[in-house]
Write a protein that binds this ligand. Structure first.
Ligand SMILES: *[C@@H]1O[C@H](CO)[C@@H](O)[C@H](O)[C@H]1NC(C)=O
Ligand SMILES: *[C@@H]1O[C@H](CO)[C@@H](O)[C@H](O)[C@H]1NC(C)=O
Length: 357
């Protein structure tokens, strides 16, 4: 017993040491060869062979503090978070549509994703997450009942009482109170951040620490304007500016608003969302896009937004990169937002780096 324990402890220690010495960019054959917050990934044709790349975000509330307004931080965002490779059919009909992510919403949240883009539809007398066209969900485009995903989010908020999650809905639900009922059934309503507390004229948001203390840790935005008055669900573009999505949002050097959004420079909206994913999601090019061109777009959108750094950065296949990927871009944004530096780690007291906000 004693010896077995010692041997097991030694193995654990060696494992931890091995992991601690692996760096982003090192060769690997499995993710066990890589450090914490990394996975083993092959970004062909940019790099040949598999390398350790980042797989988890830095938590700004933990690393720095949570005493600033909500709009002074950046949040990693997954586009079509529910459209997951290999999600089994929930309708009995094989699915024929695109996917945008590769791990579960629970894993996304545990890896530091803090905003989820979900497409909600009336379907089968309920609300479903669906990747469809014309506002109508079909058996072959349906992913799963919204309740399943909302319950995953509820479990995360319950287990992580200092975290805030934002849901951005591309909303096709027209059933009266359809969404409210699912939020209620899932247990998410108790975390609801009320529209009445959202700033209307470019003021700062409440402090994260206050949102945590009041347990109002779920922000929900809908694309249907009437729901703000009927169901108390914030109309996204009353509070946020957003650049084009799809290929139009990836045109180097350009960052302009999508049709529904005010111009990015409109400072009456206190939040800035940057999309960076192609019109048709392609797994094999994602890691090439999650590199310098992503950082370049972060800077382009900063200028377009009237010298404001994005709060939300939305991508497909968020873990694919040639090294730092969207995690590095989020660290850049938080560095800029929190202390004017190029990386959030430089904001740590005693880092010795002096940057200007
Ligand atoms: C939520 O569900 C409870 C229990 O069914 C119900 O009493 C309450 O009115 C619901 N709240 C909303 C806002 O629908
Ligand atoms: C939290 O961090 C920010 C950014 O570094 C800093 O300006 C602020 O003073 C800190 N607040 C507290 C209470 O430590």
């Amino acid at each position: 017993m004693g010896r077995a324990f010692t041997a097991a402890t030694l193995l654990l220690l060696l494992g931890a040491l091995g992991a601690a010495t692996a760096n982003v960019g090192d060769s690997c054959s499995t993710s066990a060869d890589c450090g914490a917050g990394q996975w083993c990934f092959d970004c062909e044709p940019k790099l040949s062979g598999s390398h350790c790349v980042r797989s988890a975000a830095t938590n700004p509330f933990q690393l720095i503090n949570n005493s600033l307004p909500f709009n002074k931080y950046a949040y990693l965002t997954t586009h079509n978070s529910y459209a997951i490779v290999g999600e089994p059919s929930h309708t009995g009909i094989p699915r024929i549509t695109f996917d945008n992510q590769e791990d579960t919403v629970t894993d996304q949240l545990n890896n530091g994703v803090r905003a989820l883009m979900l497409d909600t539809y009336d379907f089968k007398g309920d609300v479903w997450l669906c990747h469809s066209s014309g506002g109508k969900c079909n058996d072959f485009t349906a992913f799963e009942p919204a309740l399943d995903t909302f319950q995953e989010i509820e479990a995360f908020l319950s287990a992580n009482p200092s975290e805030i999650v934002t849901i951005i809905l591309e909303d096709y639900v027209h059933a009266p109170n359809g969404l409210t009922n699912v939020f209620n059934t899932s247990g998410l309503l108790k975390y609801w951040f009320p529209v009445s507390k959202m700033p209307q004229n470019g003021q700062d948001w409440p402090l994260v620490s206050d949102m945590v203390a009041s347990n109002q840790r779920l922000l929900v935005f809908t694309s249907i304007s009437s729901k703000q008055s009927t169901e108390g669900i914030a109309y996204q573009w009353n509070f946020m500016v957003e650049n084009n999505y799809g290929d139009d949002g990836m045109d180097a050097g350009k960052c302009s608003n999508r049709a529904e959004s005010a111009p990015l420079s409109d400072k009456t909206k206190s939040l800035v969302l940057m999309n960076y994913f192609p019109s048709v999601p392609i797994k094999f090019t994602a890691c090439l896009q999650h590199s310098q061109s992503l950082t370049d777009m972060v800077n382009t959108c900063y200028g377009a937004a009237g010298n404001r750094w994005a709060n939300f950065i939305a991508v497909d296949y968020y873990k694919r990169s040639d090294g730092g990927g969207v995690f590095q871009s989020t660290d850049l944004l938080n560095g800029r937002l929190l202390c004017g530096c190029q990386d959030i780690r430089a904001c740590l007291p005693g880092s010795g780096v002096v940057c200007s906000a």
